[in-house]
Design a protein around this ligand. Structure first.
Ligand code: UGA
Length: 459
């Protein structure tokens, strides 16, 4: 099929590349001529493992090209046009659909009769129908079909997620649109991937409900981790024990410094806003949003309290990306923690294997370290915020030598506590109280911090 992808951002590029490697003839369009020129040189503006190789393969096979022109690029020959532009948060948490609507308006006059427009961007319920009406107004006829096909790609594993999906959601309000969209994904159906065929409205709701539910899982784990700290439990064992229940599942049960990224924070806000708009308040999600933001602040304060830092102390922050294997820092824990540490008078040194250049837009007055040991050099404490493999492989003896203080805060639970405490470091992780850490390390009595966390009122 001849497919166009409107928006050569993260979703458009990864989806367009994968569709091309499935055998479709794909053109990725972006309004920015500079971005298209960059892509033609394989200078890819995002870090996504495997993307460059996959793009080169598709281009070499003559299946993928790029264009910043609609008519000039030949969009009138397209059988299907995906809209994969941004849907940023508005002030009240609802999403701003202007990029989707503008894209629809711009492509409308150029489409061939009977073409299929597919919304890939994450949009609120009712958007596909609005887009269909807008295109019909522009063309003076309802001769273009509009479908909804939400994506479930995770940054860092997007190609794998595209090629081995848990399911494909086909949202269409008529048989022709449904059949045309199914035809694009036919190779997957043959391999037994479940295909959910439903209305456009349901498809739009599925996307938000999926992200809201996954975010709830993380919020729940983080709250249970707090309880483990107070009650002397171990979050790893507790989550292993509940995850084996097939109804709960084992994934997405890792405690962390609060979820971030371009999707969960924005999508939970939009889901809550949609609930308010339709008079069906999503109180669980509203609470989750608050808890998640509070968590980032409380974990920053915990560093100041537990490491007994004095003004002017240096703190090493390891990890600026919102999770590993991406250079994306949007709504990452670091963006909340670093300013709080700075406001408390701390000198902050930061390191990230991939995300430092993106973080420069948001973080200032820090020391930019080229490796984690350099960041820790002379620091009173270090905090790990991203679960990069580089940090899992840290030489703990070297790290302990670099630090002038002795506390390592691991907000991703990367280590067995003993592998840290044996180097004389105090190890503060999530949902694993220091009391247990010290017992395992051969010290049985509670120290003052352990008594404090055991005291009522500790958040
Ligand atoms: C998320 C969804 O997982 C995708 O299915 C969806 O397609 C995508 O949003 C989207 O809507 O475009 P992504 O934002 O790339 O993908 O990242 P996730 O891997 O879901 O992680 C989100 C946040 O949750 C990160 O901050 C991560 O560190 C945190 N997390 C995740 C945890 O704290 N614990 C976990 O067990 C899992």
């Amino acid at each position: 099929m001849r497919i166009w992808m409107i928006g050569a951002g993260y979703v458009g590029l990864t989806s367009g590349t994968c569709l091309a490697n499935m055998g479709h003839q794909v053109c990725c369009y972006d309004i920015s001529a500079a971005r298209i020129a960059q892509l033609e040189r394989f200078d890819i503006p995002i870090y996504e493992p495997g993307l460059e190789t996959a793009m080169r393969e598709a281009v070499d096979a003559g299946k993928l090209r790029f264009s910043s022109l609609l008519k000039g690029g030949g969009i009138m020959d397209a059988d299907a046009v995906f809209i994969a532009v941004g849907t940023p948060s508005g002030r009240d948490g609802s999403i701003d659909l202007s990029q989707v609507m503008t894209a629809a308006q711009q492509i409308a006059p150029h489409l061939k009769r009977g073409a299929l427009v597919i919304i890939k961007s994450t949009v609120v319920v009712g958007t596909a129908r609005r887009v269909r009406e807008l295109i019909a107004r522009e063309r003076g006829a309802f001769d273009i079909r509009v479908a909804s096909n939400p994506e479930f790609l995770r940054e860092g594993s997007a190609l794998k997620d595209f090629l081995s999906p848990d399911r494909i959601v086909i949202g269409a309000d008529d048989a022709r649109a449904r059949n045309a969209l199914r035809a694009i994904y036919r190779p997957f159906e043959k391999t037994g991937v479940p295909v959910v065929t439903t209305t456009t409205g349901n498809a739009e709701l599925i996307k938000y409900a999926a992200n809201a539910f996954l975010a709830l899982k993380i919020g729940f784990v983080n709250d249970v981790a707090n309880l483990c700290e107070m009650a002397g439990g171990d979050i790893g064992d507790v989550m292993h024990g509940i995850g084996l229940d097939g109804r709960i599942g084992r994934s997405f049960l890792m405690p962390g410094p609060g979820f971030g990224g371009s999707c969960f924070p924005k999508d939970t806000r939009a889901f809550a806003a949609t609930g308010r708009q339709f008079g069906a308040p999503q109180k669980l999600i509203e609470t989750l949003i608050d808890r998640n933001e509070q968590r980032k602040v409380l974990l920053a304060r915990r560093i100041l309290k537990e490491a007994k830092l004095v003004s002017g102390s240096r703190i090493a922050v390891l990890g600026l990306a919102f999770k590993a294997n991406t250079d994306d820092v949007r709504e990452s824990a670091a963006l909340t923690l670093v300013p709080i540490l700075q406001q408390a008078g701390m000198q902050v040194a930061v390191h990230d294997p991939r995300a430092a250049s993106n973080a420069r837009r948001y973080v200032s007055d820090v020391k930019w370290a080229s490796n984690p040991y350099d960041a820790c050099n002379g620091a009173a404490a270090a905090v790990i915020l991203t679960e990069w493999d580089d940090y899992r492989r840290l030489d703990m003896a070297r790290l302990a030598r670099s630090l002038s203080g002795k506390t390592l805060f691991d907000y991703r639970n990367l280590f067995d506590p003993r592998s840290v405490t044996r180097y004389g470091l105090r190890y503060v992780s999530l949902g694993r109280p220091a009391a247990i850490v010290h017992q395992r390390a051969g010290v049985s009595s509670l120290d003052s911090w352990d008594r404090r966390v055991a005291a009522p009122g500790h958040a």
